[in-house]
Unconditional design. Structure first.
Length: 87
C-alpha cells in the first residue's frame, strides 16, 4: 500500500486534466479505438469511417474512465492519508 501511495503522489502532481488526457484519452481511448477498429483476420482497418467512429466513441469513454480513475485514486489516497494522521 505504501508503494501505491507514493506512486499516486507522483502521478497526482501531473494534475487531473493531464492525468485524464494521458491515461484515459490516450492510453484507453485512442488505443482502444484503434484496436476495436482492427480487422483481426487481415490485421487491417476495414474503413476510415470505422476507425473514426471507434476512436471517437472510445475517446469519450476513455475520458470518463480516466476521470473515474482519478476520483477513485483521490478517494483512496485521502483515506490512507487520514488513517496515517490518526496514529
Amino acid at each position: 500500500m505504501i508503494d501505491n501511495k507514493k506512486r499516486w503522489a507522483k502521478m497526482r502532481k501531473m494534475g487531473k486534466r493531464k492525468f485524464v488526457l494521458v491515461y484515459g484519452v490516450l492510453f484507453w481511448g485512442l488505443l482502444g479505438g484503434l484496436i476495436y477498429s482492427l480487422d483481426w483476420k487481415t490485421f487491417t482497418f476495414d474503413s476510415v469511417g470505422d476507425v473514426v467512429r471507434g476512436v471517437i466513441i472510445f475517446t469519450i469513454c476513455g475520458a470518463l474512465f480516466g476521470l473515474l480513475l482519478w476520483l477513485q485514486a483521490e478517494s483512496r489516497y485521502g483515506e490512507e492519508r487520514d488513517e496515517g494522521e490518526g496514529r
